[in-house]
Design a protein around this ligand. Structure first.
Ligand code: PGA
Length: 245
């Protein structure tokens, strides 16, 4: 099981210290909880969470290895800050930064080449859902990345299904319906590698909270969650973790 806290453009060193205190007070299995703060807090997170069961992730990475790309952060830079994961292709980056499937696929490849595990975000928006295009949209997003990875890299990939209409809206998807989409994603991965598909962690994201996390995790194809708003309050996030056990 994986619980990934996506802080987005929120948080500061005080919140990081409070989260550290709150998480130290509970028992966690190694690597089950990943904190993804903004870039500027990664070095502090590295120090605070070293020697804990908690892993660190970033929220984005460059599609380039190095060079004249002002403002970008490379996968190698992230791995030097003890990041083990990186969120790639979040719908907010697809929407506000106009990230394409091609760019996202290149970012995933860069991340993997530097030893980071990409958390690839996919999901349909409200209009696409209304047109019954969920399967088509999600599988195209998944396949554009899988087509670009070596077969042996599939074991080092996490996919997060995040229906765009559910993000930050308080309207989570119905767990059974999300599970159906997760099943379709797993079947699509199996077209590339059956073993990797069976072992792949496929997360749900979109208005996950302490009250609904257990219902998501009870679904056979849902292996964890990507959590935005509910990961910004240490007491709420701790409650959510405890409901996941
Ligand atoms: P939310 O965000 O939990 O606030 O809906 C999830 C996400 O965007 O990853």
């Amino acid at each position: 099981m994986l619980l990934v806290a996506n802080w987005k453009m929120n948080g500061d060193s005080t919140l990081l210290a409070q989260m550290h205190q709150a998480l130290l007070a509970i028992k966690l299995a190694e690597g089950d909880v990943i904190i993804c703060p903004p870039f500027t807090l990664l070095a502090a997170a590295q120090q605070l969470f070293a020697d804990t069961a908690i892993a660190i992730g970033a929220q984005d990475v460059s599609s380039e290895e190095n060079g004249a790309f002002t403002g970008q952060i490379s996968a190698k830079m992230l791995s030097q800050l003890a990041c083990s994961y990186v969120i790639i292709g979040h719908s907010e980056r697809r929407q506000y930064c106009l990230e394409t499937d091609t760019l996202i696929a290149a970012k995933c490849a860069q991340a993997q080449n530097a030893g980071l595990i990409p958390i690839l975000c996919v999901g349909e928006n409200a209009e696409q859902k209304a047109r019954n295009e969920t399967e088509q949209v999600v599988l195209a997003q998944v396949r554009s990345v899988l087509d670009n990875l070596q077969k042996d890299q599939l074991a080092q990939l996490v996919i997060a299904y995040e229906p765009v209409w559910a993000i930050g809206s308080g309207q989570a998807a119905a767990p059974e319906l999300a599970n159906n989409v997760h099943g379709m994603i797993r079947a699509a991965v199996a077209e590339y590698d059956v073993k990797a598909a069976a072992a792949m962690q496929i997360l749900y994201g979109g208005s996950v909270n302490a009250d609904n996390i257990a219902a998501f995790l009870a679904q056979p194809h849902i292996n964890g969650a990507l959590i935005g708003g509910a990961s910004l309050k240490p007491d709420v996030f701790v409650q959510l973790i405890q409901k996941s056990e």
